[in-house]
Write a protein that binds this ligand. Sequence first.
Ligand code: PGA
Length: 261
Amino acid sequence: MNIYLLLNWKMNSTLIESAHLVEKYIEFLLDAPELLKVTIFPPAPYIFPLYEKLANTNSVTVGAQNVFEEPFGAYTGEISPIMISEACSYVMVGHSERRTYFNETNSSINKKIHLIMNNSLTPVLCVGEDLDTYNSGQVDEFIELQIKSACDNIKNIPANRFIVAYEPTWAIGSGLTPPPEIINERALLIKNVITDMGLMTDNASCPVLYGGSVNSINAKSFLELDNIAGLLIGQASLDLNQIGSIINQAFRQAKNNSKLI
Ligand code: PGA
């Protein structure tokens, strides 16, 4: 099983700082097993320069934090999946910051996913409950609805060409996380919803990741979970001490996985 580390830089860093971060990631990943998949999600203007910088290595790939839901047109300031498809492998969609600050709805997320897939990119669908929903005990229903509406009319996706990141809104950037066993249960729920929907071809693998306040101390407890195939990391991905240690832990987990194959 692959282990994914998706590094969401959000709206941070200069181009020079970004290039330095990438050089360090490459150093951390020397001799990394094939099964460890690391992808950076830089601010949009850095996608192509960093893609070019990474041309001679296959240890780090590039993703986009967001795209628009239409292929072309009079949409000032927006970016279509076609425009980044040469440089990117993955596109994040439905991140809670986009849902909250930019009023992204499940129906626009669904349009984006169709367009992302039509351009041979792999969507990373972010789902997760807010604190009120967490306290109400209605989390499973909430997540199920998010997945079903985001994936309406989508079926038969090949293995690993769709990723779901479970990111409780209240865990992002807060220093709080659900206990690992709850994360494992939610990941299983997500897998079951995906199976029931027939989203993947022949029930092929759809990696489920965890995101929200991942750091070098708690990363191992999430990486070890049966139903979790990696991490979506925000703040800690910009801190070289933190990310160096997390990459090391994922490295070891991927090596264990290679032995199991
Ligand atoms: P965080 O962000 O690791 O800083 O909590 C995660 C995310 O927003 O994807």
